[in-house]
Write a protein that binds this ligand. Sequence first.
Ligand code: ADP
Ligand code: ZN
Ligand code: ZN
Length: 730
Amino acid sequence: MTILRVALDVPLARLFDYLDTGSGVQTGQRVLVPFGRRQMIGIVMGRTSESDMATDRLKPIDRAFVEEPPLPAATLKLLKFCSDYYHYPLGQTMLGVLPPRLREAEPARLPQKVGYRLTASGIASGLEAIPARSVLQKKLFAALQEAEVLESTVLSTIASGWRPALKQLIDKGWAESIELTGPVPGQATTPHAAQTLNADQQQALEAMLQAGSGFNVWLLYGITGSGKTEVYMHLLEAMLKECGSQALVLVPEINLTPQLESRFRARFPQQTIVMLHSQMNESERLHGWLRAQNGEARIVIGTRLSVFTPLAKPAVIIVDEEHDASYKQQDGMRYSARDVAIMRGKMADVPVLLGSATPSLESWHNAQEGRYRLLTLSQRAVTSAALPAIHCIDTRLVRPEDGISEPLLKAMEQRLQRGEQSLLFINRRGYSPVLLCSACAWVAPCTRCSARLVVHLRQRRLRCHHCGHEQRIPPQCPSCGNPDLHPTGHGTQRLEEVLAQRLPAARILRVDRDSMRRKHAIKEMTAQVHANEVDILVGTQMLAKGHDFPNLTLVGVIDTDSALFSPDFRAAERLFAQLMQVAGRAGRAEKPGVVLIQTNFPDHLLFHALQRHDFADFAASLLDERRMAHFPPYCHEALLRAEATDYEPVRAFMARAKAAARDFSRDVLVYDPVRPQMERLKGMEREHLLIQADSRKALQQFLQALVPLLREMPQGTKVRWSIDVDPLEY
Ligand code: ADP
Ligand code: ZN
Ligand code: ZN
């Protein structure tokens, strides 16, 4: 009899021992075990002959899922690394990344695959036998003629309502279903021919192919429309030639996946492609996961979580839009899927390709330092698609009313008359107001560190979210004496109403996380815009990405100043990325696009760089600032967050944490605890504490010492705390 070491989804940093009664279960396989009064699903991490617990107190496992393939050793190793690096319990790490179905006590298996093909009589009658009005039947018939056998998942990509039509074909004796074994070709359509690469693209591809199949991080930097996706596809084509090899392609948001999916499917019709993202139903996710693991899926395209998908034979990992904040998980294990992808590439010894028009400063810095290899695409691939002209509207001269200035309104009116579309982009992400002098651009600075102070209107105080410094709001600008000081970000709330009033004929569609929550909302929105059923889109960063709207010729940008002078030192970097992206929406086709940006500070370097579409220049100046302020990437950070229904236990916990840290904080800087902008969120009082170190190693050593102490600390009335390594939000 042996003892199994099992990972369970409980918030304890340890494994649990159970007796194995000869199940033959292997490391990486799932088991069902008794835990307290419940049963839980666990993963076997290994076997041992001795336990800290007396053997007669150990309980046997209830069940072993021996018929399932065990998680590969590489996946276990990657998850162990993540658990250590992000200081998150191993069991929760392991179980947390599994598709929901694998957390249930049911054996997981792939469904029997059913395919469809034409019968001999179907082939004999031919396509002409189907009446012209049976459009769908004709379409399916033609697809079957071409592909010989088609799977149901493929048929759904041809037409969502294919079942009744196919049944009619079967009833007529023209088609039949068969059971499939082994992989089937992905799709029926004729493959899209590869584009002939331009010189930049060719150079990038050749550099990667010449470097071979081992680990390497590439940063593919190319403006929107410069043909990065085309380079990915050429790379995959070359890499997937090797028998059984697989590619993992990470994409940031759900709204990009349908587009990318259809491009990849059209290009690789013979390969099985699986998609993995949270909007898929549970069985789709399970099946995708299993097909990736058994090697059947040659291309896996997915969002953040899919970075953990087991692969039989990984050959390359691509991270599209690598700078995107949605790669960072904001609860549970707070991992960065981009960083995990790089670690995974290193462990598997395969190349990792990061692509972006506006790389994160972390990646850009790594490329400058030679740790990543930079590949540049400097022009738009379709030469007729000119870059949009970018202009600023100086809102000190033309005051916006309820958020919108007259010139912007005029421009929208013109588009309306010409039957073209406009997009109004509101930048409100992670918004914290700062105190800004509109006369001289003075922004209330922290006297103790290089951060900016945040306005807390409720208490009429200014606070530093970095170091904890606090002061009252000054009556006038200390720099020029202007008594008219305002927090940034006023007046955008009513925007939609105002538009409806001022342009009553316009059909307005709001696009944000709330309005796009439903499953097909994004597809419908895209279709509406393409069908010209919308004149003005009003939205947040969701709109900035990926969509291609040929009739959209104007982008208006509201409220940039709160990001320009944000207390969050990453705000300017994000603003630039968003504006570049949103500018990329205008004038993609033959109609030239214009971007109008409302700002009090048209001379800001950010706008100058933006007008020249010059990321490199802007990145260099931001990196200078970061170096001087000693912010990432010139230091490494972790954030300890705590919350509880009352503030006092939070304060006490943080004070104890800070005191405990003093003993071993030689190589790190531990700031004072700070209350974030949203002091109280969802009924919880919050506080956080920032830790900075010169090296990752010093930071990790510090956390390794601190976290066990935090786990043992008396937490009074339920203080919840978490560690965020490499935080993006404060
Ligand atoms: P990105 O991913 O950088 O935004 P895409 O790969 O989507 O760029 O390319 C933008 C457009 O240019 C697409 O319509 C694509 O088909 C086209 N394209 C890309 N590369 C080429 C090329 N070498 N020749 C012609 N068209 C190209
Ligand atoms: Zn001033
Ligand atoms: Zn400060």
